[in-house]
Design a protein around this ligand. Structure first.
Ligand SMILES: [Zn+2]
Length: 293
């Protein structure tokens, strides 16, 4: 469920001030300055249960589910200009029979377990933030456990890499394991090509809010159009990394240049299936060393 960084005020104090600033019951007073910190919430939208066999054709047979699971994390970033979701997690519909096409080998190897109140939009509501007022949704890529909760944010500007969108469409997209048939009708994504300028170890970047606090950066590998979000404030730098690698502990192998930057900057790397992401976010525990999505 939702975990968040609350560096200064208590959560209730903060949320009251946040609602007032963004959703309008009163204008912020002169004494109620916008906090310097950008806040990040980890919203774990249920779990994914893999097959217990990692190899061989028998893993495609019915049953044989692992006794262990991994979380399916999405993240909500409270920026002074509005709320930005990074990924939307899974939809509860995915836990019902028939949502995932049984003919696809890739989709036979994972089972999603969540209830409606575990969807990202429902969790955001429970934090006191109206999901209809989310300003941006940045999707790392279009696999179902990242785009599944998209329908819960109907008012958002949805940003998808143009390469990813083209990979995920039509029959070819279905054969690659995407579910374009479940894309919410009426949602027209902004297809982005990151051509602004290099930033740190990243070849390109898009400064989403114009203040350097939310940077969309390309991290191809898991999929061709995979992208990540750098979140910065006066206190820390966080890389929301989707499926760039299973956990931050895998970063040296998966992306050495990004790992070198992480060490230089003291950045926190949070991935979609890292069970320790909430603790790493809160600075309560070191990054995980285990788990594979
Ligand atoms: Zn994926």
């Amino acid at each position: 469920m939702a975990r968040s960084v609350t560096p200064m005020a208590s959560r209730s104090e903060h949320l009251t001030a946040f609602r007032r600033r963004h959703f309008g019951s009163a204008s912020p007073s002169a004494s109620e300055a916008v906090p310097a910190a950008v806040r990040v919430h980890c919203l774990s939208t249920g779990v994914v249960r893999p097959k217990s066999r990692q190899r061989g054709v028998r893993r495609y047979l019915p049953g044989g589910w692992s006794s262990t699971t991994l979380p399916v994390n999405a993240f909500a970033v409270e920026h002074p200009a509005g709320v930005c979701m990074f990924d939307t997690g899974q939809t509860a519909a995915a836990a019902a029979p028939g949502h995932l096409p049984g003919w696809h080998p890739f989709l036979r190897l994972a089972r999603f377990e969540l209830d409606a109140d575990q969807e990202a939009a429902a969790q955001l509501s429970s934090l006191g933030v109206d999901p209809q007022r989310v300003r941006w949704v940045v999707l790392s890529h279009l696999h179902t456990d990242h785009a599944g909760g998209l329908a819960g944010f109907p008012g958002a500007d949805v940003l998808v890499s143009r390469v990813e969108w083209e990979q995920a469409r039509g029959t070819a997209g279905r054969l690659r394991g995407y579910l374009p048939q479940h894309w919410p009708p009426g949602v027209h994504p902004r297809l982005i090509e990151l051509s602004q300028r290099p930033w740190g170890p990243f070849a390109e970047s898009l400064d989403l809010a114009g203040d350097g606090r939310l940077l969309v950066v390309p991290t191809p590998g898991h999929t061709r159009g995979h992208q990540s979000l750098v979140v910065r404030d006066e206190r820390r730098t966080i890389l929301l990394a989707g499926d760039l690698c299973p956990t931050a502990a895998d970063l040296p192998r998966a992306a050495p240049a990004i790992n070198a930057w992480r060490l230089r900057e003291g950045a926190v790397v949070l991935t979609a299936h890292d069970a320790d992401a909430p603790q790493a976010l809160g600075g309560l525990a070191p990054a995980s060393t285990g788990g594979r999505p």
